[in-house]
Design a protein around this ligand. Structure first.
Ligand SMILES: Cc1ncc(COP(=O)(O)O)c(C=O)c1O
Length: 454
């Protein structure tokens, strides 16, 4: 058998070559690579040399990547990887620590420190702690597990140990993210288990009076409320302070999905749109969104670490933990875990609160420039004032002769921008979500010119 063992020097040279080429061409490549096929290579009997592998990657993979790391990929809520976090992420792979438990490395201490810095960044009380996850979806899964454990304990059922039988619970939400609904399925509540609370007119934000009416009428022994900060389409924020007051009054668990909306807190600290989030039982946030660290990196925060630990406890003699040492494998889904806190730690140190806030403000300003242009254009219709980083619009069909879907396809086919669809007040629309540090004012003008040329 042949073993392929390139030297560290060879690897570093190849990495720096790939990095340089990718970044030099990032702004020139089509933002979305729309027609891809698998690499035409059979599984080799005898492995390729490293040089051949590197060439194959350059020839077959690199040309078929998107520019999601660049400034004009505005689909979903996609954050770019900032340079410092990129460097730190390479180190994560180089160090290859398994952050499952403390006792053998500084990695778990850094995760703990990073969580505490994130709480400080977002002005959350010290009673919050948590764990890094693969993303907001996994954080929402932990939220569903923890809320389930809370509901069970209210009814003297340890759900983690005994299962859901007999659990009597109602779940309320206005506009939960699709991943939250998926999480309710994972947790055994069922994806259809939640009751929809009506929204305030022309928004996706919860009507508080309707929530109170539901809570008053609710006869279930436990109640869970899932709030949004912000919704992925309308970027609407539920009135979290008012919801927290109702949850306290009716002994309901409050989870807030703040995957990207929590970053608004940097611009308008505690009295902004997230006011009251500090009273939530748990919070989801995503660092691979607006903190611009590489995928994959989310965070679950809770003021009830004891419940999280009950949900995730894992024990086996070979996993025994030195006393007083952290055990992340007993606080999350995975036993073995990547050192994904490290790029966040490095980002917080390198940019500081001011640098991170600067990037958030830049994206918000750029989104509002785009929104203003759309508003005055006769080719498009701006569907909602832009208050954060997402712009909702559709083509003026009378002028362009295109439906939203056709317009979106044309814009994406231009290679100049990548946008994703959505639905707003029952109509098909186009979303532009700006959450990348790399987006420049020139990028915005380039997209405006593409929009104008349609
Ligand atoms: C509000 C909200 N929650 C959850 C998610 C899911 O995030 P992830 O893709 O990181 O799992 C998103 C993604 O856009 C989101 O906007």
């Amino acid at each position: 058998m042949q073993y392929n063992k390139p030297t560290n020097e060879t690897i570093l040279a190849a990495l720096s070559g790939q990095f340089r080429t990718f970044h030099q061409t990032l702004n020139k490549r089509n933002v979305a690579c729309q027609h891809t096929t698998p690499v035409k290579t059979d599984l080799p009997e005898v492995g390729l040399s490293f040089e051949a592998l590197d060439k194959l990657i350059s020839a077959e993979v690199v040309p078929n990547l998107s520019a999601s790391n660049g400034g004009r990929y505005w689909g979903f809520v996609t954050g770019g990887a900032n340079p410092v976090a990129t460097y730190a992420d390479w180190l994560v792979t180089t160090f290859n620590q398994n952050v499952s438990k403390g006792g053998d490395s500084i990695a778990s201490d850094i995760e703990l420190q990073t969580l505490s810095w994130l709480c400080e960044l977002f002005s959350l009380p010290r009673s919050f702690n948590g764990i890094f996850t693969t993303g907001a979806t996994a954080a929402n899964v932990l939220a569903a597990f923890t809320a389930r454990q809370y509901a069970g304990l209210q009814q003297n059922i340890d759900i983690t140990k005994s299962g859901m039988a007999g659990l009597d619970v109602n779940i309320f939400s206005a506009t939960p993210h699709a991943s939250m609904i998926k999480s309710l399925g994972f947790a055994g509540f069922g994806q259809n288990s939640w009751q929809k609370i009506p929204c305030n007119p022309d928004t996706e934000a919860m009507d508080i009076h309707a929530l109170e009416a539901k809570l008053v009428a609710c006869t279930a022994r436990s109640k869970i409320v899932i709030a949004s900060a912000a919704t992925v389409t309308g970027t609407d924020f539920d009135d979290i302070a008012a919801i927290a007051t109702l949850c306290e009054k009716y002994h309901a668990w409050l989870h807030v999905d703040a995957a990207f909306g929590i970053f608004e807190r940097l611009v308008n600290p505690v009295n902004g749109k997230t006011h009251g989030i500090e009273r939530a039982d748990s919070i989801t946030l995503d660092c691979h969104k607006w903190l611009n660290v590489p995928y994959d990196c989310g965070v679950f925060l809770t003021q009830h670490m004891d419940l999280l630990a009950q949900c995730c406890e894992v024990s086996a003699p070979y996993l025994a933990n030195p006393e007083n040492s952290l055990s992340y494998m007993s606080l999350g889904i995975e036993n073995s875990r990547r050192f994904r806190a490290f790029p966040v730690w490095a980002t917080l140190l390198a940019y500081g609160k001011q640098g991170i806030t600067h990037n958030i403000k830049a994206n918000m300003r750029q989104a509002s420039v785009l929104a203003q242009w759309l508003e005055q254009s006769d080719k498009y219709e701006l569907l909602k004032p832009c208050e954060l980083n997402v712009v909702l619009f559709k083509p003026n069909t009378a002028v362009l002769g295109l439906t939203s879907a056709e317009c979106l396809a044309k814009l994406n086919a231009s290679g100049q921008v990548f946008l994703t669809p959505g639905a707003w007040q029952g109509q098909a629309i186009i979303r532009a979500a700006l959450s990348n540090w790399a987006t420049s004012d020139e990028d915005v003008q380039q997209v405006i010119s593409t929009l104008n040329q349609l």
